[in-house]
Design a protein around this ligand. Structure first.
Ligand SMILES: Nc1ncnc2c1ncn2[C@@H]1O[C@H](COP(=O)(O)OP(=O)(O)OP(=O)(O)O)[C@@H](O)[C@H]1O
Length: 319
């Protein structure tokens, strides 16, 4: 990759050894003209990425948890400067949603392949949104997956918080305005997603979210009792894994370029993992707003052979 590349590295993300991880990244990316910037409490990934844009760098690589990655993504929005992603957080929703490898080796390999793609992002009440906005249930889940729990239990913290939330599930009335209709219903959780990892179960109504179609997907979860809340959640998880859309009466989904959501009573809203306030929300897709290094379509091919690492391995060619 010619030109200058800024690496933004959060030393406190995840549970690994930051010195070792940074050394590994520098080794793997030794061929790049890399300027390493480490985030601090005072100077975050947003400021470092904005400065890189002003300097006219050719690419930015962000390494940290979802907070670091989405802060860098937001600063690069609309600039055409590609973002490389080296996820080192707990949930790594950003990388998982975009199917970017979550090992340091795999992530660096993806960047070195130099395959970039323009993906959609969105604006939620005027703030940039890369993945999703959760209203109701999802918002509560994030709030309950606190830092201490995340450190101790990793991704399980989100699941535990979700199960705890089932106990307190309450329905609210919602009115949603799409590009071509206004829908009213009762629900426990609404999620508007641009992209979502399989673990964001409440975004999985349509399954297989398309990140460059210029559209957003709303999933509505409306179970009427605790038992159906549990089966609906399980069903959504299966949808995510199987790629088949949901077909339960208490799950709905609709696709639109823009969603305006009002609820009674007002519900908490979490935007890309951060609480931003309460409904109403106005969320609009920004087509092709971000350029990202992604695994090239060839890299996606499913491996049909894996022999490396077997003890005493000898392979002889027959000809
Ligand atoms: N040097 C630093 N010292 C302390 N805090 C920092 C430092 N650099 C960044 N931060 C803080 O780290 C947070 C971002 O963390 P990030 O999302 O990257 O990782 P994480 O919280 O481990 O991820 P996850 O939520 O997936 O576990 C921000 O709140 C930022 O202020």
């Amino acid at each position: 990759m010619p030109g200058s590349v800024r690496l933004i590295f959060n030393p406190v993300a995840g549970q690994g050894d930051p010195d070792q991880e940074l050394a590994l990244i520098k080794t793997l990316l030794a061929d790049l003209n890399l300027e390493v910037c480490v985030t601090s409490k005072e100077i975050g990934a947003d400021a470092l990425a904005e400065e890189a844009v002003q300097q006219g760098v050719d690419a930015v690589i962000a390494s940290g948890g979802d907070g670091t990655l989405s802060a860098a993504a937001k600063a690069l929005m609309g600039t055409g400067i590609p973002l490389g992603v080296i996820a080192r957080g707990t949930a790594n929703a950003f990388a998982n949603a975009l199917e970017i490898p979550t090992t340091i080796e795999g992530a660096c390999k993806t960047i070195l392949h130099q395959y970039t793609q323009k993906i959609d992002i969105a604006s939620c009440n005027g703030q940039p949104m890369v993945l999703l906005a959760g209203i109701g249930f999802e918002a509560e889940t994030v709030e309950k997956a606190n830092r201490e729990a995340k450190n101790r239990f990793g991704i399980l913290a989100y699941v535990l918080a979700g199960l705890r939330q089932l106990r307190d599930m309450e329905q609210f009335e919602a009115e949603v305005e799409t590009d071509d209709k206004v829908i009213s219903f009762s629900a426990s959780a609404l999620t508007v997603a641009n992209a979502a990892p399989a673990t964001s179960v409440l975004a999985q109504g349509p399954s297989g979210l398309v990140v460059d179609d210029g559209l957003l997907d709303l999933t509505i979860v409306a179970p009427t009792n605790r038992a159906s809340a549990i089966t609906a959640t399980y069903h959504l998880f299966q949808s995510a894994i199987s790629g088949n859309p949901s077909d339960r009466d208490d799950i709905g989904y609709v696709r639109s370029r823009r969603f305006k959501v009002t609820t009674h009573p007002p519900q908490k809203v979490v935007l890309d993992g951060e609480m931003i306030g309460t409904t109403p929300v106005d969320i609009e897709c920004i087509p092709a707003g971000l350029t990202v290094f992604l695994p090239s379509p060839n890299e996606d091919a499913i491996a049909t052979e894996k022999l490396d690492g077997l003890p005493d391995l000898v392979i002889e060619s027959k000809d």
